[in-house]
Design a protein around this ligand. Structure first.
Ligand code: FES
Length: 319
């Protein structure tokens, strides 16, 4: 069981209109645990747990301590309290957090195709840093709405001049050509993508169509699946006990079942790690994750209960 540590805000500054960089030191002044590229820290905030990726322009060793953790947090338009809270923190404020974890690990010694969308650039920066310092070839594609909306643009152009390609939504001539990238993936190359759900799904399906094996496609969602308009309440029956819970709009299956005393195993709560997967005994899931393939979603035999909902009035889950 990991013990939480108290992190203290050392500095904060806006990188763009909506992205704020925060640097934390250990509240008691000691060294912080090291980590591997792509790692995140899970914060305990009043709105619940929120994970943010660590950003590094210098390599970090998992075996040695570091003096600070750096994050870049985008203020979400529909913030449920997490990003708003992080934007309101001031130097000296303290927050509880777990030591770094990593669900988006870099495969050492293998060339990388790194693809970032928006604030999904944060873990990708640390991966690019590690690959550069290891002398491992990599390509770095970073897409955003406009040049001004892209965090760390100048720093990235300086650090990764030879590998970086920028794509701006407001300049169609710079558009990210996902099919073209998929066709160019080398036999040893691993693909890493972090960004919104649509980008991850597009990259995954283009890579699979181009014959890139799933073990070489790595992905992480930068935000939880947003609530969709038109979400309705539905019921979940826990097969082992027969208990029935109503899942209202705005609440996840995990939130409701946990509050009702059901013990569950989960991690990311964004729909990208697969740890919360449950077998579906009856009912039709409404899949919102990026873990399952299209055919698995169509089959409807399993679902990720952290984000997915139901199209039927009731789901019976093998829990
Ligand atoms: S907890 Fe990660 S997919 Fe549900």
């Amino acid at each position: 069981m990991l013990e939480p540590v108290k992190l203290k805000v050392a500095s904060a500054r806006m990188l763009t209109e909506t992205v704020r960089q925060l640097e934390f030191v250990r509240g008691d002044g000691g060294a912080l645990a090291g980590y591997t590229p792509g790692a995140h820290v899970k914060f305990s905030l009043p709105a619940g747990e929120r994970s943010y990726s660590l950003v590094d322009f210098e390599p970090v060793s998992p075996g040695s301590g570091v003096d600070r953790y750096r994050f870049a947090v985008q203020l979400e338009a529909q913030s449920a309290g997490g990003s708003r809270y992080m934007h309101d923190l001031a130097p000296g404020d303290e927050v509880l957090a777990l030591p770094p974890g990593n669900d988006f690990a870099l495969v050492a010694g293998r060339p990388g195709l790194l693809i970032a969308g928006g604030i999904g650039v944060t873990p990708i920066i640390s991966m690019a840093t590690a690959l550069k310092h290891a002398g491992t070839p990599f390509r770095f594609h970073y897409a955003g709405r406009t040049s001004a909306a892209m965090a760390y643009r100048d720093e990235l152009e300086q650090a990764f001049r030879d590998q970086l390609v920028l794509h701006f939504d407001d300049k169609p001539e710079t558009a990210l050509n996902i099919a073209g990238l998929a066709a160019s993936v080398g036999a040893e190359e691993h693909v890493y993508v972090c960004g919104p759900k649509g980008m991850i799904e597009a990259v995954k399906s283009a890579m699979e169509a181009a014959g890139v094996t799933p073990d070489r496609i790595h992905f992480e969602l930068f935000a939880s699946a947003a609530e969709q308009s038109g979400d309705r309440a539905f019921e979940v029956e826990v097969h082992s006990t027969g208990e029935v819970f109503e899942i209202p709009p705005g609440k996840t299956i995990i939130e409701v079942l946990e509050a009702g005393g059901v013990e569950l195993v989960y991690d990311c709560q964004r729909g990208d790690c697969g740890i919360c997967q449950a077998d579906v005994i009856a009912g039709e899931p409404d899949h919102r994750d990026v873990v399952l393939s299209d055919s698995e979603k169509d089959a409807g035999k399993v679902m990720q209960i952290c984000v997915s909902r139901a199209k039927s009035a009731r789901l019976v889950l093998d829990l």
